[in-house]
Structures are given as structure tokens and as C-alpha cells.
Design a protein around this ligand. Structure first.
Ligand code: SLL
Length: 210
């Protein structure tokens, strides 16, 4: 029996982007008459590159109102396009290259059809602009099997770019900006807590003196 050799102490990560885009049908023929949107759910590489060297297939479990809700995509692009009328949670099960011996990975995505915000500049969301909801994630392979390690090494997938571009929602710059936003929010919250504690003390003292 051949023994499986693992790369002790090594781990390799591969980035993916998963999520959906959606556009309103505006009465155009899509599927059924009550369908309002066309949407696509996908699992892809940062630059849309082929990720099938480490992902063997992706199963998307849709809402039970769909015919054959379990959609298994065996070839890239790993995506499903559908029409419908409602938002729901999609279960995404990623099956890795069988050489890897890795167990499937389950992710969840809430299908987004409607814009919840303005465009960020205070203008309402433009009617025809696609609504998108994507997540960036890194799949970490800890101590991979040596033959899978070789495959990963031979097929490096691009990482997120340094700077934001119109085609890249995720970048190191965007990450840094989010860290700064969170830092600022933490500081503001801490200041507010101090302020309210003081107010509380003041009011308690006022009560006690009555
Ligand atoms: C809602 N809880 O009520 C959700 C369920 C289900 C959406 C949304 C089916 C399309 C078809 C469809 O759009 N389901 O009939 O094939 O909002």
C-alpha cells in the first residue's frame, strides 16, 4: 500500500470570490411571469482565472421552489444563472480535486436581488445597474498531500491587486480602508461608552441628592 505523504508544517492558501449579481427583468421574458430578476451565483478566481486545478466541482443548493434545486457544476465557470422573484440562502459545497484528499467545504450565500443602499454618494440606486454581493475568502490547505502540493505550486492563482480598480472590488487598498473604518468605529464606540457612563453617573448623583 502506498503511504500518503503530507507536507508537514506547510500550508498554502488559494483565494476565491463567491456571491451573486442580479439585474431586474423589467417585465422582459425571463422565466415565469412572476419572475422579477435574472441572477448568477458563482465561485471564481480573483481574475476569473481557471480554478479547476484545485476545485473539482461545486454544488449549489437553491431554494426548494426551484426545479432540481441541487445544481452540480462539474466544469468551470462554476456558476448558475437563473431567474426568480425572491432572495434566499444558497448552500455552496466546494468539492476539491480528489488527489487532495480534502473534505468538501460548505459556504453560505444570501442571494441578493435588491439594493439596500444608495450608490454611496446619496443618489438612489440606478434602475439598470446590477446589484452585486460578493465575498472574498482564502481556502487554506494545511499540510497538503505532497502530490496536491505540487499541483498547487504549479498553478499559482493571482492574488488580489494592491490598488482598487473598476474591475476589482477586493484589493489590499480596500482591505486597509476597511481596517481603518473599523478602527475608527471602535474608537467612536469607546468614546460614546465613556460619555454615557458619565451621563449615567451624573443622573444617579442628581437622583440621590433629591
Ligand atoms: C421569500 N423566503 O419569500 C424567500 C423565498 C424563494 C424564491 C424566496 C422561485 C422561482 C421559481 C424563486 O424565485 N424563489 O418559481 O422557479 O422571499
Amino acid at each position: 500500500m502506498t503511504s500518503i505523504k503530507r507536507m508537514k508544517g506547510l500550508s498554502l492558501a488559494r483565494p476565491i470570490i463567491y456571491g451573486n449579481s442580479a439585474t431586474p427583468l423589467n417585465g422582459k421574458k425571463g422565466g415565469d411571469a412572476d419572475h422579477t430578476h435574472r441572477w448568477t451565483i458563482s465561485v471564481r478566481g480573483v481574475n476569473n482565472e481557471d480554478i479547476s486545478y484545485f476545485i473539482r466541482k461545486v454544488a449549489f443548493k437553491l431554494h426548494d421552489t426551484y426545479d432540481n434545486p441541487n445544481r452540480v457544476i462539474e466544469k468551470p465557470p462554476f456558476e448558475v444563472t437563473e431567474t426568480g422573484w425572491g432572495e434566499f440562502d444558497i448552500i455552496i459545497k466546494i468539492h476539491f480535486n480528489p488527489i487532495s484528499g480534502e473534505k468538501p467545504l460548505t459556504l453560505y450565500h444570501h442571494l441578493k436581488l435588491h439594493p439596500y443602499e444608495e450608490d454611496g454618494l446619496g443618489n438612489p440606486w440606478p434602475k439598470q445597474k446590477p446589484v452585486t454581493s460578493y465575498q472574498y475568502d482564502e481556502i487554506v490547505f494545511n499540510e497538503p498531500i505532497d502530490s496536491f502540493y505540487t499541483i498547487l505550486q504549479e498553478n499559482t492563482t493571482s492574488n488580489v491587486p494592491l490598488k482598487k480598480t473598476p474591475h476589482h472590488q477586493f484589493s489590499l487598498q480596500a482591505e486597509q480602508e476597511e481596517v481603518e473604518r473599523l478602527d475608527k468605529a471602535l474608537k467612536t464606540t469607546a468614546q460614546e461608552i465613556v460619555r454615557y457612563r458619565e451621563k449615567c453617573k451624573r443622573l444617579e448623583a442628581e437622583l440621590a441628592s433629591k
